[in-house]
Design a binder for this molecule. Structure first.
Ligand code: AP5
Length: 214
């Protein structure tokens, strides 16, 4: 099962990918998570990516394409994967098609999550994340048991630096101009399913499993 999760920032791609990854026992491959880890560890990749991420811009295509090319070669991706947040531009989508073509294994389904801007902003503004184990919470919709402390590992929860109002606005603009055209790209290939991202995570998850036919 090779899946792509498309959709605007904050729509719930990561939340749903996490769940489906556990069900199918296939990895969730998130370029955002990989980049944030690199930023946290101050690796050369992280130092290059940080200013793009903090200002809500996309990291250059050649950088993220290189990340995915290497990641998909790892053995845990052999039986499938969920791409969360990649591709996000036409060159990334074309590079992915070329990469998978070499292995004679295409994408099974692309799920495009949809939600109103007001709701996206509400989800992003209230998000809290654990930098240790990547768990994601929401102050209103999915609060941690103790304020600011991860239920799973006890780590101190943080607000992502790109979840500030001005950066959220910029990320939504970037999504409209650079990522939205990919919906058509995958629709034309007959692999796109539209997922209503509204409602609680359980309701959305049922739509997801219906779309992938499991
Ligand atoms: P990335 O980390 O990919 O961010 P994103 O696409 O903007 O998506 P988010 O992680 O913000 O949202 P999500 O849809 O996963 O929502 P979540 O499940 O967390 O990218 C960050 C940056 O990295 C980019 O801006 C760019 O700079 C760079 N980057 C990454 N990939 C790149 C690429 N391919 N090319 C170039 N640059 C790249 O949910 C959000 C909140 O809502 C949470 O609090 C959650 O608890 C809550 N929630 C989830 N579902 C529900 C629900 N059903 N009801 C109520 N609350 C919900």
């Amino acid at each position: 099962m090779r899946l792509i999760f498309l959709g605007p920032p904050g729509v719930g791609k990561g939340t749903q990918a996490q769940r489906l990854s556990a069900k199918f026992r296939i990895p969730k491959v998130s370029t955002g998570d990989i980049l944030r880890e690199a930023v946290q560890k101050k690796t050369p990749l992280g130092l290059e990516a940080q200013s793009f991420m903090d200002s809500g811009k996309l990291v250059p295509d050649d950088v993220v394409i290189g990340i995915i090319r290497e990641r998909l070669k790892e053995s845990d991706c052999k039986d499938g994967f969920i791409l969360d947040g990649f591709p996000r531009t036409a060159p990334q989508a074309q590079a992915l098609t070329a990469m998978l073509g070499q292995n004679q294994s295409g994408i099974d389904r692309v799920l495009n999550f949809e939600l109103s801007d007001d709701e996206l902003i509400r989800r992003l503004s209230g998000r809290r994340s654990c930098p240790n184990c990547q768990a994601v919470y929401h102050v209103e919709f999915n609060p941690a048991k103790k304020p600011d402390q991860c239920d799973g590992c006890g780590g101190k929860l943080i607000q992502r630096s790109d979840d500030q109002p001005e950066t959220i606005r910029r990320r939504l603009e970037v999504y409209q101009s650079q990522t939205l055209p990919l919906i058509r790209f995958y629709e034309d290939q007959g692999v796109l399913s539209r997922i209503d991202g509204s409602g609680n995570p359980e309701v959305v998850y049922r739509r997801v499993t219906d779309a992938v036919g499991k």
